[in-house]
Ligand binder design. Sequence first.
Ligand SMILES: *Cc1c(COP(=O)(O)O)cnc(C)c1O
Length: 375
Amino acid sequence: MDKIQFNDLGAQYAALKKDIDAGIADAIAGSHFISGPQVEELEAELCAYTGRKYCVTCGNGTDALHMPLMAWNIHEGDAVFVPAFTFYASSEVVSLCGATPIFVDSCPDTFNMDPEDLKKKIAAVKAERKLTPRAIIAVDLFGQPVQFPEIEAIAKENDLLLLEDGAQGFGGGIGKQRACSFGDASATSFFPAKALGCYGDGGAVFTDDEKLYTLLKSIRVHGKGSMKYENIRVGLNSRLDTLQAAILLPKLHAFPKEDEHRNRAAQRYAAALKGKFQTPVVRDGYHSSFGYYTLKAESEEQRTCVMDALKAAGIPSIIYYPCPLHLQKVYKPLGYKEGDLPVAENLAKTVFSLPMHGYITDETIDYICGVLQKL
Ligand SMILES: *Cc1c(COP(=O)(O)O)cnc(C)c1O
């Protein structure tokens, strides 16, 4: 067996080489490297795929989260509710705006933001009267959308804006509604390791709100007005390269097949590992795109043993994420302490992710499960 990859981008390239190479050659021949026609083509296809009216591609997933917050004028004195168990970018953008992230605990089964804890945290901020509650950033972790029916109701009840962090959620869904179409705006990332990744940095914002769409297009290019050299607000320089759009187009076309493959792989993993570990829980009517396949061990010690055994057998595994955000050094001034968000803290100590991608073979999965079953 070949060396086992955590995410086998080489296998994907081998499968899509003809179309990717042709796209790159076309983009170079066109020499329209910034905002070339492939970018608009991709935005239209992303709208069709997600069911959103508008898509604004940009430089990376972090900017895709930052841009709607800028457009909504989130600023110092504002509170934005963010899960503690996620990648730092989800809260970093709040801090970049000068606002304060208020961390929310996770559901022990799906690992996504807990709607009940969200309600408590909103009530606490309101009671304290120090910060103005403005927005919720809900993160679709590991491929499964957050409980949006509940979260959307909470946002509405409390007059909060809702931003979906779909950096890992792209391809997931609830019923017929796809990820990156929930809330007032959604963001995704095309970082190479994501389920839909390019060959560098990239991202996109989605919305159905025409006014926000216009603002986002301005923010993407230095706060431009009707033309590039008219500057009407402070923005960013955050565009998706034409080359990356050309690479993403064939990858988006292959995405549904890869998504199916990952879901079959997840079932195969679960069939072999249920009982031994807590396998991923996908809620009824929900679809996960399984960008990551994440197990939960019983304890930190068990996780260490398991990951050591995997390593010895030549199997890569990664911890997403070893430290919840409220306990990160950067947020020390916010005054959180251990025990404040017990579910998120426990997850950080016990979860680990196994190799998962759209080209993983049954043979590889069976080998990995064989190693795990023997422990
Ligand atoms: C990857 C990721 C981001 C950031 O995306 P970049 O393209 O790396 O900037 C944000 N949120 C989550 C949940 C992510 O996984």
